[in-house]
Design a protein around this ligand. Sequence first.
Ligand code: SAM
Length: 465
Amino acid sequence: MHDLLGDEAGSLLDAIAEPRPPAVRLNHLRGQPDALAEHLPWPSSPVPWCPAGRVVSASSQEVATAPLNDAGVYYQQDPAAMAVAQVLAPRKGELVVDVAAAPGGKTTHAAGLTGDSALIVANDLDEGRARSLLGNVERLGVTSAVVTNGSVERLVGALGSSADAVILDAPCSGEGMFRRSAAARDAWSPGAVERHADLQRRLISQAALLVAPGGRLVYSTCTFDPRENEDVVSWLLARRPDLALEPIRLAGTSDAGRFGLPGAARVWPHLSPGDGHFLALLVRDPGAGPADHGRSVSGGAGQPGRSVRDRRRAGSAGRSAGSSYLKAWREFATDHLEPAWRDLPRVERYGKHLLALPERFAPLPGVHVMRAGLHLGDIVDRGGTTVFEPAHALAMAATAAWRGASLDLEEDADGLTRFRAGGAARAGDAKGICLVTYRGFPLGFARAKGGEARSLLPRGLRRPA
Ligand code: SAM
């Protein structure tokens, strides 16, 4: 650290040793951040570079288990990590690819900043972590994401250079996490830095292949060593003359010029809130031709002669308007949701799951897609009748459009505890599928009958009383 920062190293080490309060990023998809902040039950202060960010006076455990967390009102995230999507500045209608996305901090931030109107391919190599990513996407009510599990090479094979915006928040030696994580401290070694730098060079060279002419790439890590940061980006820039570093101007961050890459940014734990981060923004020459995609992925090249943009616009595959599953869905939508939901353009059945695909989603050959768009519910056969059973994700995404029975549990602390544990709350005369909320924010569905609303929360999301 002394080699890196000289006299400043002591302040950095002191900052790392000190416990710090957690932070949340308020979810644009639940409302305006300033209005949502009024609901926080703890004193809070702003994060300089992220209007939706708040540092809160609470324990991380309190933040993680509060009803507002389960209602997707916020995402607990280190303040430094909030700089990444701010720098990317994703726009409505863009194709955004988050290469190493789990557990979903940057993906859900990008979805919020675009009002859920980009197409976000959120990938992670680790299947268990990709499942957490999917859980967070659903909790925050994101409908525009395609969650995938696999290597970046497979994404390149399926998408080519079609992304308007790419995030590579790379696996790293995690020096910025030393304060919070004994595991990160134990795993660190000089060899680990070199191994991560090798992996990061491989990942960034692939991530850069995804970028369309005129598109942008944000590379970030939560570690301090220049070998995993400035050196990785400089290595790429030396090989890709069609990419240029775009200077980052974000309040509260420092320029990385002293480590050889002016224009890249550092967030330091001793100078600002958070654990520390490195960020670089690269922009691809709008006049650039196709990038060299190196080795191809078996079965992943898509249809020759048809651009990825065309494929993204392609309509849904064959389905019959009279399908029994569509009828079952439409009946449910007619009874419970605003009229527009009845005629969603791209409702598709995959096994028993019924999904509302993002508008411009096209198949990703060779890529393991865990979920595309919104899981509306499941189609089940009940004694020869096709029945639609709504999914938890629908409760989390369709709150504003819900016209069926609802039950708010803010004033019923016991009922709230029972519902969250998978039990029943008092439901008055509500009947059938009922949207359960806390202060108007969605917690999930219940089935109401005989004065009781029995929780339909998936087992993995229940909180024992
Ligand atoms: N961007 C995430 C967020 O904001 O929540 C955090 C990402 S974390 C720093 C790095 C991720 O990279 C881990 O989830 C890890 O599983 C994933 N990973 C590691 N090697 C990978 C690879 N070769 N391809 C894609 N993801 C990888």
